[in-house]
Design a protein around this ligand. Structure first.
Ligand SMILES: *Cc1c(COP(=O)(O)O)cnc(C)c1O
Length: 390
């Protein structure tokens, strides 16, 4: 990353690659799999990594480099690599850093596919894990083994919008010489920069608020140059790179990240406040509601509360399903961070294969609803939810 004193919004727009002689104003798309060389010496020096240049789009491409540079600016990171999806970022980052016999210590409330990766696939390579409870950070150190290498967490969590204290996690990682990796997807770098609190690497699914319009899959990991070099070496061989087209879409999306996320947060807080007074629900959770158990921590580490609100409909599974079926305007889907408001009922959909007890362990009750609040007018969002609750 090149350091400068510009504000977040300015770098989101003005971080650009050198333009070709056509001096395009809008960012051009480099839809090319490979790059040409001047002569044998140029090619030799490029392959020997004596010069920094594009060789092949599995390694690097101007569009992905621009996207990476923007996210590095936003997160305060030294370097990064862009992936075809958030899960490609999670898998490649961990696989690049871990050896057979290593151990991951992770928060229990993590994205479902990350959970499956830890439970169903890493054991094949003798990579073990343990989980700590998100409201019991004081137990983390008792779970560290001599093989523990990575401390892994997400905040705010999905779907329960719980908040973990990043400063505390940073201290624990430092004290015990662990690599702290934070999935910052729910907050975006506009609301929260985990590196400031001691994270070594930050992972994003670009599919969510970064694109923000439900068009492309993408992922990115940024952080220390030393660790990113390992991630890069692994990824340029194994091939999870982001396509130039999707990188181009993402770079444009980031130009409007700040204004979009501001409105997402404004709408989400208004919806959360409305729900707090509604007699048909048991509880509502949103990081910037004073009633959130970690409100003070959320205020300390986040600029605003994000786009996701969770609440519990009175009456359990049946009432949850009924609410879901009564939604008219908003979308029933599993995605989040879209300009369209999305309603999810985890107990009957994404987490229906788990038992009630297993769901409870990851913070999901039968009547719980997750809403990714979009950019429609807040009055229309509330009206649809109000009629569905009624
Ligand atoms: C969606 C998501 C991912 C995975 O991203 P994909 O782009 O769907 O692969 C990882 N972590 C979190 C928190 C997510 O919400």
């Amino acid at each position: 990353m090149k350091e400068n004193n510009n504000k977040f919004e300015t770098n989101a727009i003005r971080t650009q690659l050198k333009r070709s002689e056509n001096l395009e104003h809008s960012v051009p798309l480099y839809l090319t799999s490979s790059f040409v060389f001047e002569d044998a010496e140029d090619m030799r020096a490029s392959f020997a990594e004596e010069k920094e240049r594009n060789i092949y789009s599995r390694y690097s491409n101007p569009n992905s480099s621009e996207f990476i540079e923007k996210v590095c600016q936003m997160e305060g990171a030294e370097n990064g690599f862009a992936f075809a999806s958030g899960m490609a970022a999670v898998f490649s980052t961990l696989a690049a850093l871990l050896n057979s016999g290593d151990h991951i210590l992770s928060a229990r409330s993590i994205f479902g596919s990350t959970h499956s990766l830890f439970n169903n696939f890493f054991p094949k390579w003798n990579i073990d894990h343990s989980y700590f409870k998100i409201d019991e950070l004081e137990t983390i150190e008792s779970l560290i083994t001599p093989n523990t290498k990575i401390l892994y967490a997400e905040t705010p969590t999905n779907p329960g919008v719980d908040v973990l204290d990043l400063e505390e996690l940073g201290k624990i990682a430092k004290r015990n010489n662990l690599i702290l990796i934070i999935d910052n997807c729910f907050a975006t770098p506009y609301l929260q920069q985990p590196i400031k609190f001691g994270a070594d690497l930050v992972i994003h699914s670009g599919t969510k608020l970064m694109d923000g319009q439900g068009r492309v899959l993408a992922g990115i990991t940024v952080g220390s140059a030393e660790l990113m070099d390992k991630v890069y070496r692994f990824s340029r061989i194994t091939g999870p790179a982001l396509s130039p087209f999707n990188a181009w879409v993402l770079s444009k999306s980031l130009e409007t990240l700040a204004v979009r996320v501001d409105r997402h947060c404004e709408n989400a807080l208004k919806l959360a406040e409305y729900l707090e007074g509604n007699e048909n629900i048991n509880w509502v959770k949103y990081p910037f509601l004073k009633s959130h158990p970690k409100y003070e921590i959320a205020k300390k580490q986040m600029k605003a509360g994000g786009c996701v609100v969770a609440f519990e409909v009175k009456g359990g599974l049946e009432a949850g399903r009924e609410f879901f079926d009564s939604i008219k305007l908003l979308s029933l889907s599993a995605n989040l961070g879209d300009s369209r408001t999305i309603v999810t009922h985890p107990a009957s959909t994404t987490h229906s294969k788990l038992s009630v007890k297993e769901r409870a362990a990851v913070g999901i009750s039968d009547g719980m609803v997750r809403i990714s609040v979009g950019l429609e007018h807040i009055d229309d969002i509330i009206a649809d939810i109000e009629q569905a609750l009624g």
